[in-house]
Design a protein around this ligand. Structure first.
Ligand SMILES: Nc1ncnc2c1ncn2[C@@H]1O[C@H](COP(=O)(O)OP(=O)(O)O)[C@@H](O)[C@H]1O
Ligand SMILES: [Mg+2]
Length: 326
């Protein structure tokens, strides 16, 4: 039976599709059979990363509608590496999730690993895509917005007792004033384990653009860092942070001398107070230290202001606002 790994994220554009493609290739290079599945219905991109956009005749929704045999929708990328495209026309609202799960589980039975590229966020599409996963990697890039959204996804997983998740950092530098550092990220999210820290790599970016990822040399910094994630998947022993950060380029441009980091000056002012506090509060709740954090309601600060209003009053206010703006 295949081990199914979902590549998810809170925020879009953090590298899920690139990581899905690269991880599938890295596992195949380790002599595993791999099925890469694009589950970003309506917004597929994994075919572009693999450079097979012109070869997609059938997709997952064609199998589900009985328009083709399961095997006919698979595209062979290399020996032991196959790919199933997402529908371009149908979004998750139009895709029957249980049928998708049944289809992917049946197909994946022939592979050691199935890697699923998920839609961003934590809505219905995300829930449908991750439902059959044995493990989930939440991709985080070194920006405050990505960090915040990843924290939300972690909270969601914790609330719904989906414990098999790890943080997978992508697009990182060892030391760069323009970005969130690994230390800052770890102190805010405080994850139990991380699956890897992948560097920003221009070679990968170019290859992703050209659809030639499969030909990228194993010695590139990105694939070298990804080795640790592959070993984690194989052995179950999480890599240690110091060995991961040692593989990162020093800062943007790979300059040998990293500039001194001005303390707090680069933190966007909007995030200096409330957002950092909110992230730390979320982390405290996430890790079961309610004493550290004030109770947070579903809607956060807005709810505090709105205290005392009944649901009916809120609805009336909302209707008035809508009427005013029409
Ligand atoms: N580690 C990285 N190094 C260089 N470029 C990257 C890296 N990760 C992602 N990118 C680039 O960032 C862009 C967004 O990545 P993508 O995988 O499409 O994000 P998502 O699937 O999360 O929306 C792409 O152009 C991709 O090539
Ligand atoms: Mg994507």
């Amino acid at each position: 039976m295949s081990y199914i790994i979902c590549i998810a994220s809170g925020k879009g554009g953090v590298g899920k599709t690139l990581v899905t493609a690269a991880l599938s290739i890295a596992l195949q290079r380790h002599q595993h059979s791999v099925l890469a599945v694009d589950a970003d219905m309506g917004l597929r991109n994994l075919d572009l990363m693999f450079g097979v956009q012109d070869s997609v005749l059938y997709d997952a929704s064609d199998i589900m509608k009985g328009k083709c045999h399961r095997q006919d929708a698979l595209i062979s990328l290399a020996d032991g590496l196959d790919f199933l495209a997402a529908s371009q026309k149908r979004t998750w609202e139009k895709v029957d999730a249980p049928t998708f799960h049944y289809t992917v589980e049946h197909l994946s039975a022939n592979y050691d690993y199935t890697i699923i590229d998920c839609p961003p966020g934590r809505g219905q599409a995300y829930k449908a895509a991750v439902a059959i996963a044995d493990r989930m990697f939440v991709v985080v890039e070194p920006t405050w917005t990505s960090l915040r959204d990843a924290g939300r996804v972690m909270q969601f997983c914790d609330k719904h007792k989906q414990f098999n998740y790890d943080i997978l950092c992508n697009n990182f530098f060892r030391h760069d004033p323009a970005y969130v550092t690994v230390d800052e990220m770890l102190s805010v999210l405080d994850p139990e384990s991380i699956a890897g820290i992948l560097p920003h790599d221009m070679v990968l970016q170019q290859a992703a653009k050209e659809g030639t990822l499969i030909h990228v040399d194993q010695q590139t910094p990105f694939f070298q860092a990804l080795e640790q994630t592959v070993r984690y998947i194989e052995s179950g022993t999480a890599p240690c942070v110091s060995s991961l950060t040692a593989l990162l380029p020093l800062c943007e441009g790979n300059s040998a001398t990293a500039p001194e980091r001005p303390v707090a000056a680069e933190v966007p002012s909007l995030l200096k107070g409330s957002a950092i506090a909110e992230l730390q509060q979320a982390a405290a709740i996430l890790h079961g230290q309610p004493g550290k954090a004030a109770p947070v309601t579903a809607d956060g600060a807005d709810d505090v202001q709105e205290k005392g209003l009944s649901v009916r009053q809120r609805r009336q206010q909302s209707m008035a606002w809508r009427h005013y703006h029409r």
